[in-house]
Design a protein around this ligand. Structure first.
Ligand SMILES: [Zn+2]
Length: 285
């Protein structure tokens, strides 16, 4: 950012105001680790989906069940979309999740849905990469700031068609899942949670950067489904996202999605969150 206007006399004073966290998130119910531990007492794997490299697959998780995304074979990043399985218009809201949680998410963070639902869709209950924290470049793991690699941006920058960007992979997978056309499926694809991806903003220019993911086979991130979920996961053509993107050169590996059922007695006291309570009149009587 090049400045074109001179600093005012009180520039320093204006810059030295203490930041204020925007949302009073301490008013939300705190993460209840004890409850989630109890919920896992009789957890049993009932299904798994292997997501092929440079492709995407869908999966369904009933409210009250868990799912894990697991690294297998090699270091690989995944692009995750989530929808309300009963009303696809309600989907993961990357921007609001970023504001309510942080730029990168881990255990205890909630993934929020779009308005007017605006409620937790899933809660992260385990993350074997939580040791990573923030690195010296300001990078972290599992961001909700990137969008997803897509063929339109790639065409704009490189002038070629590439068909296995996460956006296209997710579009094909959703079209197949819902038995709808690609053009009907595409508008439902949304900004992702970048699972296992290591990203940040450069300290000097604040540009979005990526670096090779620290994920290794055996690592996983675990989610509790707060509502009935339809998910789609793309094994990004960027592989570990340590070099290039949107091509067939980078080594890519599959990702495993595992679904776990729970017993109702282990969920005592929990209720699937209802849609947001705002009356939606927008000031019109
Ligand atoms: Zn991608």
């Amino acid at each position: 950012m090049n400045a074109h206007f001179p600093e005012p006399d009180d520039a320093s004073e204006r810059r030295h105001i203490s930041p204020l966290v925007c949302y009073q998130v301490d008013q939300l119910p705190p993460y209840n680790a004890t409850f989630f531990e109890r919920a896992k007492t009789n957890m049993r794997k009932i299904d798994e989906v292997m997501v092929a490299p440079r492709d995407a697959s869908t999966f369904r998780v009933p409210a009250g069940f868990f799912f894990r995304i697991k690294s297998v074979e090699g270091s690989q990043v995944g692009d995750l979309n989530l929808w309300n399985a009963n009303a696809i218009e309600e989907r993961f809201f990357s921007g609001k999740t970023r504001q309510l949680q942080a730029t990168h998410v881990s255990t205890g963070d909630r993934l929020w849905s779009t308005m007017p639902g605006l409620r937790p869709m899933a809660t992260i209950t385990a993350d074997t990469l939580d040791w990573y924290g923030w690195d010296e470049d300001g990078g972290g793991v599992h961001d909700v700031i990137g969008t997803r690699c897509d063929p339109y941006t790639n065409f704009m920058l490189n002038g070629v068609d590439y068909h296995y960007c996460c956006h296209s992979n997710l579009t094909r997978a959703l079209a197949q899942e819902l038995d709808i056309s690609l053009s009907d499926a595409e508008p439902h694809i949304h900004d992702v949670m970048n699972v296992f991806m290591c990203t940040g903003f450069t300290l000097d220019t604040h540009q979005y950067f990526m670096k090779a993911s620290p994920v290794r086979p055996g690592d996983y991130i675990e989610f509790f489904a707060e509502i009935d979920l339809l998910g789609a996961l793309s094994a990004c053509p960027g592989g570990n996202c340590g070099s290039s993107h949107s091509d067939d050169q980078t080594p890519c590996y599959p990702l495993l999605v595992e679904i776990f059922e729970t017993l109702p007695e282990d969920l005592t006291g929990w209720q699937s969150p209802p849609p947001n309570g705002y009356d939606r009149s927008h000031g019109v009587n």
